[in-house]
Design a protein around this ligand. Structure first.
Ligand code: IMP
Ligand code: ZN
Length: 352
């Protein structure tokens, strides 16, 4: 691959209007933004006892695996984003980062989080994030539109998961478009959530689930249970036997695939060219390239498209087909789908 060819791919991927469907809010906060929050807190209170993000998460470190990744949130980032101003500030920064990367439609997902020592409830948290998203969408100068998915964490109790469904339903008119199941794949028994996710589906919520992300969460029992909830989309879809691939295809379930995250976290064997994107792109389902946690793995969506173009020799026409397929699997309504179809129809970059 010549340097010139690489720069053509980079330019194409940067300019391409992109749709991001799998991005965790807290995992999408850049190190620079975390550092700014840390600096402000330190200036306010010299005794603020949390390490500088530039030291705790060195800028070139992206090799977080399933063992080191989840504690990064519970024992570090949540201690920085620990009040409403830092949640507002970081949410705004995440929107700015996605927009600057050429993303035109974003479904951000987050796990409702209470912060008892600041008297912040999960309802307050969701309301705060939504207020930032709605102010953003209201500003006609922004080219990105953002919506929210609320996540149930695998470690949640049934009551906590039910609360997430209640919040999804309550805040649907304000921009919540769906529900997700996320968290450490080694934890929890998904069967305990069957009634909860069935209620979410019955209420008309769209559903995406982290699916076969690790071997431990890819047992027949787990995958059958998750598919019985009738999800609209699935994230990662790594350790999946042919029989499940067939069901996913038959039901036309969209797949959200995260190249860099899977490579850096060693969730797949091999490297980019070995990624199961190479298999799914030939199946008849929507395939959404996604970042998962750009703040941790430092690969923005434009780079994910660039990598896909480079390692799978995608032509502009193939990228166009991919993007048009993704439009059909977004969780927002027809107005958004029409806006995105128009963006792709009018884009001047398909001819190179
Ligand atoms: P938040 O939900 O906005 O706080 O984003 C961070 C949370 O997302 C983490 O604590 C995890 O529970 C979840 N998360 C982020 N990336 C992944 C992933 O790849 N698999 C499962 N859960 C994830
Ligand atoms: Zn994820």
């Amino acid at each position: 691959m010549s340097a010139a060819a690489t720069s053509v791919e980079k330019h194409f991927a940067r300019r391409l209007p992109k749709i991001e469907l799998h991005a965790h809010l807290t995992g999408s906060i850049s190190r620079a933004c975390l550092h700014a929050i840390w600096r402000a807190k330190k200036a306010q209170d010299a005794a603020f006892d949390v390490e500088d993000p530039l030291v705790a998460i060195p800028s070139d470190k992206v090799d977080y695996d399933l063992e080191t990744f989840f504690p990064l949130f519970s024992s570090y980032i949540y201690k920085l984003c620990s009040d409403l101003p830092s949640i507002e500030y970081s949410t705004k920064a995440v929107l700015q980062d996605f927009q600057a990367d050429g993303v035109v439609y974003l479904e951000l997902r987050t796990t409702p989080r209470a912060i008892p020592d600041k008297a912040i409830t999960k309802d307050d948290y969701v309301k705060t994030v939504l207020s930032i998203l709605n102010a953003w969408n209201y500003d006609a100068t922004n080219t990105l539109r953002a919506y929210l998915i609320l996540s149930v964490d695998r470690r949640n109790t049934i009551a906590q998961a039910e609360e997430v469904v209640d919040l999804c339903i309550k805040y649907r008119p304000a921009g919540v478009v769906g529900i997700d199941l996320c968290g450490d794949p080694a934890k929890g028994d998904v069967r305990s959530f069957t009634n909860t996710f069935t209620r979410a589906k019955a209420a008309g919520l769209k559903m995406t689930l982290h699916f076969a992300e690790a071997k431990v969460s890819a047992t027949d029992l787990e995958l059958k249970t998750l598919l019985s909830w009738r999800p609209d989309r699935l994230g990662h879809v790594i350790h999946v036997k042919e029989e499940y691939c067939k069901i996913i295809e038959r039901e036309n379930i969209g797949v959200e695939l995260c190249l860099s995250c899977n490579v850096h976290a060693r969730m797949i064997t091999g490297t980019y060219s070995d990624h199961h994107f190479g298999m799914w792109r030939h199946k008849n389902v929507p395939v959404a390239l996604s970042t998962d946690d750009v703040g941790v793995f430092c690969s923005p969506l434009s780079v994910e498209y660039e990598l896909a173009v480079k390692h799978f020799s995608l032509s502009p026409a193939e990228v166009c087909k991919l993007c048009e397929g993704v439009v059909g699997s977004i969780f927002a309504g027809e107005n958004e789908k029409d806006r995105l179809r128009k963006i792709y129809a009018e884009w001047d970059g398909w001819m190179g």
